[in-house]
Ligand binder design. Structure first.
Ligand code: THU
Length: 142
């Protein structure tokens, strides 16, 4: 996978902002958008999808990652997440960080872009957001 450029990062952030428009969040009224760059070069988008039985809610990040895996791509190079005016408003929950660890192309190099609705972003990595991950069974080769 080629190194990420600022152009690609900006594309991912724009895709996450657009995906956020699709959020189904009538209970929390908190819309989140995500866009994943698969190692196949494709962009997979996701939004949060709530349910009247609150615990059934799915986060934007996992929607996007599960779409990627269900389309046959099992590793990703970067994910952008956006929720509000501040870049950290959409900082991923613990469950999403765990799922990112499962499908990261590389824990150290896979980027997590925390973006604002204005388009500015902070670059983190899966490893920086989740130190000491539980990966006993996960081979980075698979
Ligand atoms: N949410 C996400 O989509 N991603 C996260 O990482 C944290 C929370 C959603 C779930 C719920 O629909 C709303 O934000 C409020 O918790």
């Amino acid at each position: 996978m080629a190194k990420l450029t600022d152009d690609i990062r900006a594309q991912l952030v724009a895709a996450a902002i657009a995906a956020r428009e699709k959020a189904y969040a009538p209970y929390s009224k908190f819309s989140v958008g995500a866009a994943v760059l698969g190692t196949d070069g494709k962009i997979y988008t996701g939004c949060n999808i709530e349910n009247v039985s609150y615990g059934m809610t799915m986060c934007a990040e996992r929607t996007a990652l599960f779409k990627m895996v269900s389309e046959g791509c099992r590793k990703f190079a970067a994910i952008a997440v956006v929720a509000g005016e501040n870049a950290t408003d959409g900082a991923p929950c613990g469950a999403c960080r765990q799922v990112m660890g499962e499908f990261a192309g590389s824990l150290e190099d896979t980027e997590v872009l925390l973006a604002s609705l204005k388009g500015d972003y902070i670059v983190e990595t899966v490893a920086s957001l989740m130190p000491y991950p539980f990966v006993n069974f996960v081979s980075q080769e698979d």
